[in-house]
Structures are given as C-alpha cells and as structure tokens.
Write a new protein. Sequence first.
Lengths: 467, 212
Amino acid sequence: MNNYDFFNLIFFVLSIYLFGSVFFLIFFRKLFNKINLFIQISSFWILGNSLLMFLLLVLFLTNFLVLVNRQLILISVAILFITFLLIFLQKKIGFDKEKNHWFLLLLILLFFYPLIKNSISSFLIGWDAAAIWFLKAKALFNNIFPSYLKDENYLFSSQSYPIGVPLMLFAIFKWLGKINDQLVQFYFLNFYLNLIFLSFGIMIFLFKQILSQFIDKIFFLIITLSFFLGSNFIIYSHNGYVDLILSSYFAYLFWLIYLTFFRGNDFKKEETINLIFILAPISLNIKNEAIPFFIFILLTLVIYLSKEKLINKNFLSNIIFLIIFFLPFFGWFFYLKMNKILSFLDNHYLDFLKIENLRRIKIIFNYFFIEFLNTNKYGLSFITVIFALIFSLTILIFSKKITYKHVLLIFILLGQFLSYVYVYVITPLAFLSQLESSLERVLLQILPLIFILDVILLKNLIDNYKI
Amino acid sequence: MDFKKKNNLIYFYPLVIFIFLVNFHYYQFYQDSFEQMKLLIKNKQKSFGDYEKIQSEHPYYEIWRLSESNEKVVFLNESKDGKEVDYNTTYFKNINKKIKKDYYLSELKLFVNYYFFPRNIPKFSFYELIFNNDKILTRGVYLISDFEMEGYYKKLLEENLCRKIKSPEQKLIEKKFLETYNRLKRLEISKKNYLIVNRHPEKPYYLYEVIK
C-alpha cells in the first residue's frame, strides 16, 4: 500500500471524527457527558458523516460541487481543529475517565487489526459496490453526473438510488486526488467498527449496575464480538456495499429513541430528539430502505410525545432541524423528477393487491427461515438473539412489565422487517433472484437492532427480576 | 440467582465463550486472507505500483489494465439475452424505455462498464462482429470476449473432419469466422492465486489483439 495515500486517507477519516466531535461537543454537551467512550466515538463518527454528507448534498444540488478540492478540505479541517482545541481548553469536556475503557478500545482495535489491514489491501469485487455506488462516485469525480444519469448504457446502475455515499466517496477521491477503490474500503470499515463500539457501549451503559469487576466488561465485549463476527458481517464490513452504513444509522437512531423514551429524566430529551431530527433525514440519502425506518421513527416519536403530553412550543421549534436536514433528500427527489429518472418500484406500489404477488409471501418467509438457520453466514448470532428476544419478551409480557414504550420499539423493528417483505411482494424484478441476492443484506440492516432490543429487554428483565 | 449481587455472570462464561469460538472460526478466514495477500504482493513485479500489486489478483485485472491504457477496445458480449442467466449474471430493470423489459448483465460486462467509465466500449454480438470484422477490428484493436474463439474453431475443425454437410448459410458463417479468427492473437490472462472467501468463481473471459 502507498504510504502517502494511506496517511491521506487516515487524515480524511480522522477529520470526519473531528467534524462530528466539534458539533457534538457544542450542541449535545449534556448527552456527551453522560455516555461512555464507546458511544462517544460512534456518536462522533455518525454525526461527522451526517454533517459532511449534508454539506456535500447541498453543494451538489446547488451545482457548487466543483468547489470541493484539497485546499477547501484542508482549510475546513484546520478551522475544525482550532475550534476543537478551544473547546478542549475550556476543560469542560466530559471524556470518559475510566481508564479500562481506553484499554478495551485498544484491545478491540488490536483484535480487528487483520481486518483493518485486509480493508486497505483488497480489491473491489462486489457487484453493487462497482455497479452502483462506485460508478456514481466516478461520475461525480469526473464531473459528468448529469450526462451519466441520461446515459442508457448505465441503466443497470440504479440511477435513482440516493447519492449520499457516492458523494462521500467523491470527497475522499478529491482529497486523494485520484480514484482509489481499494484504500477507500477502510472508510466503509469504520461503520462496522463503530457499530461494534456502539453495541458494546450500550451494553456496558445499560448493565452498569451488574458490572462488578473488569472481567465482566471483557465478558460483555466477548458477547458483542460474538454477535458481530458472523461471516456475513465481516464480508460486508468493507466490500463497498452500503448496508452496514445504513445499519449503523438504524442502530444509533434506535438507541436515541430508547434514551428519549426511557431515560428522558437523565438525558435532556431536547438533545436526543434534535439528534434524531438530524440523523433520521440524513439516513434517507444512503439507501431507500431508510424511508420506512424514517417514517416509523417519526411515528413512534409522535405517539410517545403526544401520550406524554410533551408536544409544546419547544418541541415544535425543534422541528426546524428536521426540516433543514430533510431538504437535501427533498431536493434529490425533485432532481430525479426533473431528469425523469424512475425507480424500479414506480407504478408497482399497489401490486400487493394482485393474488400472484401475494402468493410470494409464503416463499419470502421460507427464505427468511432458511436464512435464520444459516450458521455459515451468521454463526450462532442470529439464532441466539432471536431466542433471547422471544425469551425476554415472553417473561415481560406474562409478568405485565412490558410498557407501551417497549411496544413502540418492537413496532419499529417489526415495521422495518415488514417493509422488506412488502418490497419483495411488489418487486417487478425477477422475484426469486432478487430475494436470493438481497435477503442477507437487508437482514444485516436490522440484525444490530435485534441485538440492541435484546439488550434493552434483558436490562428491563434484570431490573424487574424479583417479580 | 440475584443479578444485582456480585458476580453471577460467571455462570454464563462457558456458554458465551463457546458461541464466541464458533463465530471466531469464521473471522480466522480473514486473518488468513490478509496473510495470503501479503505474501502474494511480496512476489509481484517491482514495476507495479502498490495499487496494481493488489489489483493484479483481481479476477478482471486484465480488463482494468486495458482500461488504464488508451488502446481502442471492443467487447464481444455474447451472453446478453437472458438465456445464459446463472450465478454470474445479475439483472436490472429497463425502466426508462416505454416497453418494460428485464435485461441481464454478466459480471464481465459489469466490470467492463465500471473500469472503462466514462469511456463507452462498443459491444457486439458474435454475428455482428464476424460479419463486420473488417470495419470493427482494425489493427491494434483489443477485443474482450465472453466467447472462446478457439473452442468454436476446434468445433469447426471436428465438423470438417467428419465431413459434416453444411448449408450455404453455415458455410458463410464459417468463412466469416475464419476470416476474423485469423486476424486475432490470443492474449494470456494471468493466473490469480488470491482466494476470495464465500464467492462463486467467475466465468472465464478472453482477450485478443487484432494483428492483421
């Protein structure tokens, strides 16, 4: 690997963390002070990506993308760095003071060293990665995106798919000064690593009271690693597919919903809701599967707030975040309409009313069960988390300890799963081929949610154990 | 068992360690995979850049090499009508046309499109190519093909040895094919040693240079 390019890439990736950290420390200070190191790092990463993606989308839609170059990136990073230093010098930053967390962080990075090396020394071979995401990034880099959209030779590249990730790749290529589809896989890997940080962070955050010694944290780390070491997670961790990126957003948003619903007294609700209003609309620019998730998140939030009688002037003023960060997706939608770019699902949304389409449901569930038992892809993770979910839910339901907030969390997960079933039912593509080639990927998007829901329910179970 | 009392978690250690070891088994593939790539890179030509050292293990390395040059390239894309759909083929919906029709894309075509982008490589069927070979295949042009000319040539030889009776149309095809074939030189495609975990092997593809 070329050291110069590699260090350039590391610089860019670290800048994303820096971008996220500056804004997180300014606008979400109270939240920051109450979460552990692992959740802090994943918060920086997710927020940094979201803000950069937002800026790039605005530049794209206003036709100012040509402004992105090395100088602009360097100046922006310098400003961010100075701001970070100023915040740091105020000495009010509540960085995690538990030294063993830093040690565990190092341990995780060492554990994944082979995978990190693998991500920077492997070629791009994934179909969707090359045909959709990297091709779009190439079109952006070569400044020929409008002509690419109209070119019938590239109809296969799903031109209507969102361009959030291709824009991020474009920015990296601009920074590197060339297209490098090998090194950039390290950027993808960061989402996978942060998904692990987040899940582990949530575990030690929720089970704080039963962690009596350091070895218990190692125990929770082993549980987290066991879940995320399934070969499917490893394969999609850096092969250029965006499903694990979406999965990171889903997991983080799910966690924020949990904080809002269950920890509203410890955490400032306004901060968690604002963060949801930033991240949820940005996730729409990653992949279309984010659309149902976005709807379910908003729906559950509205139900919760109206039930708790929290919809007031303050809340309504927060909606401004939602509107601002929703605008790029709205803009992209109109950009597609103006260029007459159709989605393959257009004109098929009511096809679930056809008997022949409804017959697919049985096949879809058959495939789902085959997937569920596929230990080659998921190890024992899938089976274990589903069993744990059924187990904890059963106890909570029969002991009447389940609340409407739990039901709302389950509703998000179930709704997202059913949205996949719906797409398979109405798809005009070769149904079985699409099911076979994409089921493992869409399940990756929601598997971490099942894991986090498990953790939340088990925590509830432990709290209510002496029923 | 009271979870709030100190260290009852110990009862779960063996179970969790067992699950971890089962899953770790898969992760080890990747540790080995990196080691394998490291060894392969070590033995690559010194003239190669770092990118090319890794890329030279890519199943479509030769296509990438061609895309990096300014040579004129054409693509003989025979398996495109959906008859040869298999694991090596993906599908897309032709949504911009008035007549909606699924169409198929082989992995080779996908990578030809990706590597050469934004250059558009002319694509021809077998018959289009042989009947217009004088116009399409000028000297120095490179031909990427998913159709093995040698196999077809051997088949014709066998048919002729057996004195198979051919229609005038078949004779014309044979004549045009031989005319084309004699102008081509087969280029070697290097053997790839890197094992990719969990992936179907790619279909073979062929490269020719027009020498006459």
